[in-house]
Design a protein. Structure first.
Length: 580
């Protein structure tokens, strides 16, 4: 804006006879008050608006326009959604073929005009007006079209949709009309998701409709407003609104983008990670909700079996070594590691993490965010962290051999290292490290505990109902003869999901199950001998380890979850039936 003000000063002195001293004083006032030179001059009545427009138009050899006298048709406004019109500070005036005429206050900003060309897919013909006139014209023109969508938003006034954004990380302020229908709709979707404790929002463009889905308790279900899909015609406007909120490039639709935002919802701050993905029908957007107010950072509350919790705590009590938590994306690994850090934190300890991204901010922990574009990889960050005199280090994920080697070196030199890997079970974690190129001797010297984790859905306490299961099926899923007999005799009741108005398909909330394999001397000997993951797992079970499948079955006996959920989230225990 400052560059444009200086150029405008020269134009008005040259073409409108503006006094240079007055122009300099107006520029100083504009910089001090955060206004534009145009605003200051018009407020002081130092120049007539028509003279100002005519001077800029003559300099650029563009036609001037008085937007107050122009009637803009609805199809023209559809070419550029209201959020984008405000964001770029332009007003679409007319559209003939693939040429869109737009009123601009700063015709020197070629990059802005090029962005509008990309967003609209039209050739842009600029005409000149003032910033104030354009903003007033946007409000007047788009408000007429908003009335036609009121049937979709008539209940929003009572929804308390005052979502307040924190100050953006950049110095650029992103304008937004909070009364815009699209803004209200995006706010409604976000607020509904947060209130329902949803983990992810999926906005998916289909060929003839726009689908919104929420992921709750690990399962996706459709969100419909008043029982209907959102109008396909709002697809671009919704995507643009979310990208503006996330400070993404709204002109770029051909490559994936990642962003973040923070909103204040009912007096609590909620962080979002935003990802866009170009598809054949438009940009798919996924918003991950990171609500720290719902984060339970107590190992006792995670739902682990007593034996697994004891092994986990024993590993955390070691002065050095590696504690690994494995499992697929969304299995709660990060929450478990955060809980472990909370259990370890004291004033005497220096705790440092390196994460991609930093999902939750922990008071008292030095957290480092990975930024590969600037050379801040896991390995580079970890190498620097080891020069910061740490006691405990958490590595968000060990993705490559270099990171693993540095983590092992840290564990060997007196540090406790917590990290994650992507493997199916605890025993596979050991073989995975060896497959990555780590010497088996180093694995046995550093790994204190290898664990695997899953999240199982809890049965709704209001609508769960008893179910009868044949003996053959009970034995087939992994119950012992004694447990099967107790179930058949009615001593223990198994339940199944039914569904009611208070839950999601019969389930409400999730809990973690952990398979914790403590590295005993016998297991270390098997690793050094090159035994397979199956043989290592068998020996761990013989020594008292409870597998993921077994953890799930025990919770089904308690009525906490269903057999169907256990089978959905865990794999069959191979060659371990003799433990039962």
């Amino acid at each position: 804006m400052a560059k444009f003000d200086k150029r405008l000063r020269s134009i008005l002195i040259k073409r409108a006879g503006l006094d240079p001293a007055l122009a300099d004083e107006a520029i100083a006032t504009a910089e001090r008050d955060g206004k534009s030179l145009t605003e200051v001059l018009l407020e002081r009545k130092a120049i007539d608006e028509r003279v100002l427009i005519a001077s800029v138009a003559a300099e650029m050899r563009l036609p001037p326009i008085d937007v107050k006298r122009v009637t803009i048709e609805e199809p023209v406004l559809k070419a550029l959604p209201q959020d984008l019109a405000r964001y770029y500070g332009v007003l679409p005036i007319a559209k003939i073929g693939d040429t869109l005429t737009v009123a601009v206050s700063n015709p020197f900003d070629i990059l802005k005009l090029d962005d509008i060309r990309i967003v609209t897919g039209c050739q842009i013909r600029p005409v000149v007006s003032t910033e104030t006139a354009i903003q007033d014209g946007i409000a007047q023109a788009y408000d007429r079209t908003a009335e036609k969508l009121e049937d979709l938003y008539q209940d929003l006034a009572a929804s308390d949709l005052e979502l307040v954004e924190d100050a953006p990380e950049t110095d650029d302020e992103v304008p937004a009309d909070e009364n815009s229908p699209v803004v209200k709709l995006v706010n409604l979707i976000i607020r509904q998701a947060v209130m329902n404790r949803v983990s992810d929002i999926h906005i998916e463009p289909m060929e003839k409709r726009l689908r919104v889905r929420f992921r709750k308790d690990g399962v996706l279900y459709e969100f419909k407003h008043k029982g209907q899909d959102l109008p396909k015609r709002l697809q671009g406007a919704i995507a643009s609104r979310i990208k503006i909120m996330s400070q993404l490039n709204i002109a770029e639709k051909r490559v994936p983008q990642d962003g973040k935002l923070r909103l204040k919802i009912e007096d609590r701050k909620v962080d979002f990670r935003v990802s866009t993905l170009p598809t054949i029908h438009g940009e798919k957007i996924v918003m991950r909700i990171l609500d720290s107010s719902s984060l339970a950072l107590d190992l006792e509350q995670l739902g682990f079996e007593p034996q697994a919790l004891e092994a986990f705590r024993k590993a955390l009590a070691q002065p050095y070594g590696m504690v690994l938590v494995t499992g697929p994306t969304g299995s709660g690994k990060t929450t478990t590691l955060y809980s472990a850090l909370k259990a370890l934190m004291t004033v005497e300890d220096n705790v440092v993490t390196v994460e991609d991204p930093v999902e939750y901010q922990l008071d008292g922990v030095n957290q480092v965010a990975v930024n590969p574009k600037r050379g801040m990889t896991f390995a580079a960050a970890l190498r620097s962290i080891l020069r910061q005199d740490p006691d405990t280090v958490m590595v968000g994920e060990m993705r490559d051999l270099e990171t693993v080697q540095i983590a092992i070196r840290a564990a060997l030199t007196g540090h406790l290292v917590l990290s994650t890997l992507h493997t199916n079970d605890s025993a596979s974690t050991i073989t995975r490290l060896i497959d990555m190129g780590v010497d088996p001797f180093l694995v046995t010297s550093t790994v204190v505990l290898a664990s695997a984790q899953r999240l199982l859905r809890k049965l709704c306490g209001e609508c769960r109902e008893p179910t009868e299961v044949p003996r053959e099926r009970l034995l087939g899923v992994g119950y012992t003869e004694e447990e099967a007999q107790r179930i058949l005799d009615g001593e223990v009741t198994l339940y199944k999901a039914r569904g009611c108005g208070r839950c999601s398909n019969g389930y409400s909330g999730r809990f973690a199950v952990l398979e914790a394999m403590y590295m005993t001397d016998e297991i270390r000997r098997l690793v050094l001998a090159g035994e397979s993951a199956v043989e290592i797992k068998e020996r761990a079970v013989e020594q008292g380890m409870i597998t993921l499948r077994r953890c799930g079955l025990l919770n089904a006996l308690r009525g906490r979850t269903s057999i169907e959920e256990v089978l959905r989230m865990t794999t069959e225990d191979v060659a371990t039936a003799k433990q039962y």
